[in-house]
Design a protein around this ligand. Structure first.
Ligand code: FE2
Ligand code: FE2
Length: 315
């Protein structure tokens, strides 16, 4: 397996080795934002805009906490669950010792991403006095695992590996947009920038790992894998609505209003395009490796809204 580990000097360049602890400076009173408004799907909804200014501000803080909380759980419970299998040689794919060493490096990276995501939540919550809504991650992970259990029965390890290949080859708008937005708190922009930098290298590793995994699987198994992948992509990019509902409720909206905001702001047609954009590298990888050439695969990717009619990729 050929990875980029040799080209990239992890000991000098990985965030966990190089970056300082990012600290909240005295910016809270300067009017800096917690999160880019365009990335808070419900931020401009009339029912949200009708809330008192303080409640809207607390909602933006909690949206940031929710993103960071999701990252903390996802890195430790999903990404590193599979990465440790690769690192320790228990993943069922025959890879080189160098590739396993790279997987241990990624394990450290992801642990650090979880650490600083939690660190930033605590720094900001302590300074602004808004407590995060406790994050219950289990339902999200269970939904992700259920897809694998259905598509690849009796093969939980393979399903966990595919979850990570998919997630690590997605590029979300948050990773690319937050660092650029100068209205946002410095500690938030720096943290997301640090994270995005590591993820560029992870992307190369997991793309290489998937090529190896694909090559070592039988034709029958490839059909199952190909049909599972689009659903994993979709579920990885679906927003976790439980914490969204909890945040809106704490902000002062009644149950019916919460449902109205969620219905108006999530699941719109524009989201499908956003999903294709975020998944463009993953889709290219699956095109190159021949996943899309497997019987039934193209139809499954279409059904998941990942391919547009007559045209592949982001359309
Ligand atoms: Fe990460
Ligand atoms: Fe990663």
């Amino acid at each position: 397996m050929n990875t980029d580990g040799g080209e990239r000097d992890w000991y000098a360049k990985a965030g966990v080795r190089r970056d300082p602890r990012r600290l909240l400076r005295d910016e809270l009173r300067s009017g800096r934002l917690y999160f880019p408004p365009a990335l808070i799907p419900y931020g401009a909804h009339p029912l949200v805009r009708a809330l008192p200014a303080r409640a809207q501000e607390a909602l933006a803080a909690r949206h940031l906490f929710q993103y960071l909380g999701f990252t903390t759980h996802f890195e430790t419970q999903v990404v590193n669950r599979a990465t440790q299998l690769i690192a320790t040689g228990g993943c069922g794919v025959d890879i080189t010792a160098d590739a396993r060493l790279d997987a241990f490096r990624i394990y450290c990276d992801e642990g650090y991403h979880a650490l600083y995501s939690f660190d930033v939540i605590r720094q900001i919550a302590d300074a602004c006095g808004v407590e995060p809504v406790p994050y219950v991650f289990t339902p999200f992970r269970a939904a992700l695992d259920a897809i694998g259990a259905e598509a690849l029965p009796g093969q939980p390890v393979l399903a966990q590996l595919l979850q990570v290949v998919v997630f690590e080859t997605l590029v979300t708008a948050i990773l690319s947009e937050v660092p650029k937005d100068e209205r946002v708190l410095g500690v938030v922009r720096q943290t997301v920038r640090d994270h995005a930098r590591d993820e560029g290298w992870h992307h190369a590793f997991f793309a290489g790992f998937f090529r190896e995994l694909w090559a070592q699987n039988s034709p029958a198994q490839r059909v199952r894998i190909a049909r599972c992948l689009p659903r994993l992509i979709r579920s990885s990019l679906l927003p976790d609505l439980r914490p969204v509902r909890a945040m809106l409720s704490i902000a002062g909206l009644g149950a019916a209003q919460v449902e109205e905001v969620v219905a108006d702001c999530y699941g719109r047609a524009g989201d499908q395009r956003g999903t294709r954009v975020a998944a463009r590298h993953a889709l290219r990888l699956f095109e190159e490796t021949g996943v899309l050439a497997v019987e039934g695969a193209r139809g499954a990717f279409h059904a998941a809204g990942l391919l547009t009619d007559g045209k592949e990729g982001v359309g």
